[in-house]
Design a protein. Structure first.
Length: 193
């Protein structure tokens, strides 16, 4: 592992002679994005062999399997996917017969997995559990707990930064999108429950 770390740092050594060049190896958002790219569900050949669902559909299916019955708005908040994409994914899963609606409460339509959806959920979650074990095998239990805490802090801080930027843009009369406004709703929900 030490050799691999040294090789990776060498590969990402800043070569731009300008003093203001961004050191991406030490830039946390870049590092998180790289890990996220590597762990993307659509890059995993085993998952691709289990289902033809696209990444968003699969992420929504996993949320429904873990938290259902659940609405698209709740999936959006939990996964931080934009509401429009979540709604499209839910509709695709409905058409494929992998989720089904439960009772309708007001405007929200909670969904649960069907038997076919449950089968995919169990196959995929069994695989991602094994992958997580391999991924964290080099970590102590304390390091795993620290990583979990740090990731939650990063998520909530990123949410706060984006919400503050949206608020500032609105105050300056700039146009903000529905996705931007969703950041504000997420931030309020995280902060005030």
């Amino acid at each position: 592992m030490k050799i691999a770390i040294a090789n990776r740092k060498r590969a990402l050594a800043v070569t731009n002679p300008k003093k203001d060049a961004l050191d991406l190896a030490a830039h946390v958002p870049f590092q998180v994005a790289v890990v996220s790219n590597l762990l993307s569900l659509d890059r995993d050949p085993v998952i691709r062999s289990l289902t033809e669902l696209n990444t968003r559909e699969l992420r929504v299916l996993l949320n429904v399997g873990s938290y259902g019955p659940i609405t698209a708005a709740e999936v959006s908040y939990q996964s931080r996917l934009d509401p429009y994409s979540v709604t499209r994914a839910v509709n695709a899963l409905l058409k494929l017969g992998l989720v089904q609606p439960t009772e309708v409460t007001g405007k929200s339509k909670p969904v649960v997995l069907t038997a076919d959806g449950e089968n995919i959920y169990h196959e995929v979650t069994a695989h991602v559990r094994k992958r997580e074990q391999r991924l964290t095998a080099h970590m102590t239990e304390d390091e795993k707990a620290l990583l979990e805490t740090l990731l939650i802090k990063l998520e909530l801080t990123a949410e706060e930064i984006l919400a503050n930027e949206v608020t500032e843009m609105e105050a300056q009369g700039q146009v903000v999108t529905r996705d931007h406004k969703e950041m504000l709703r997420w931030h309020k929900r995280s902060r005030y429950g």
